[in-house]
Design a protein around this ligand. Structure first.
Ligand SMILES: [Zn+2]
Length: 177
């Protein structure tokens, strides 16, 4: 019996097909375990997310037509920086909290020449959801960074669907080009 509704021809393949979208893991710092890497993309990409209690994960707010109550639960902004994690040997998405972005002048101003700089993300204290701090420092060596990635495409893949261009008050000053 075919699992494909209405399909007569199963999909046979000796090799697993390539992923339709390349997957980049999202990393968040843990207490006493920082995240560090060279920034691959020129700027941070931010998106408004809602926590889904039933799915126990964040989903992108679609903006108009969103079923969430925006007065009680407005979408929360999260920023994502593509960095080269030398330990893992691959590109990951470092999750920057709203406050961490606000506290860093480069991120707060939507600086668009971050590529090649070094990001360190730390979580203070012992609480799992303790305050996060983002430090960005220059690094003057050519490390042969991989090309920038399509962060939006990666986030759409992770959070479900294409969010509209954000016009939340929280994102003022952040470039979304
Ligand atoms: Zn929403």
């Amino acid at each position: 019996m075919s699992i494909h509704a209405g399909g007569e021809t199963p999909f046979w393949s000796r090799t697993p097909p390539p992923r339709p979208v390349k997957f980049y893991p999202i990393l968040r710092p843990k207490p006493n375990v920082s995240i560090k890497g060279h920034i691959v993309n020129p700027f941070i990409e931010g998106v408004g997310l809602h926590w889904s209690p039933s799915l126990e994960r964040n989903l992108a707010c679609p903006g108009e037509g969103c079923k969430e109550d925006h007065v009680k639960r407005p979408p929360r902004w999260y920023g994502y920086l593509a960095i080269m994690d030398r330990g893992l040997g691959k590109i990951v998405l470092a999750e920057i909290t709203y406050q961490a972005a606000k506290d860093n002048p480069l991120l707060d101003k939507g600086q668009d020449s971050l590529r090649g700089l070094v990001l360190t993300l730390k979580r203070y204290g012992n609480a799992k959801r303790g305050r996060v701090r983002a430090e960005i420092e220059p690094f003057h060596r050519d490390l042969g960074l991989p090309p920038a990635i399509d962060v939006r495409k990666a986030l759409v893949h992770i959070f479900g669907f294409e969010p509209p261009a954000m016009e939340l008050p929280q994102t003022e000053g952040v470039n979304h080009v």
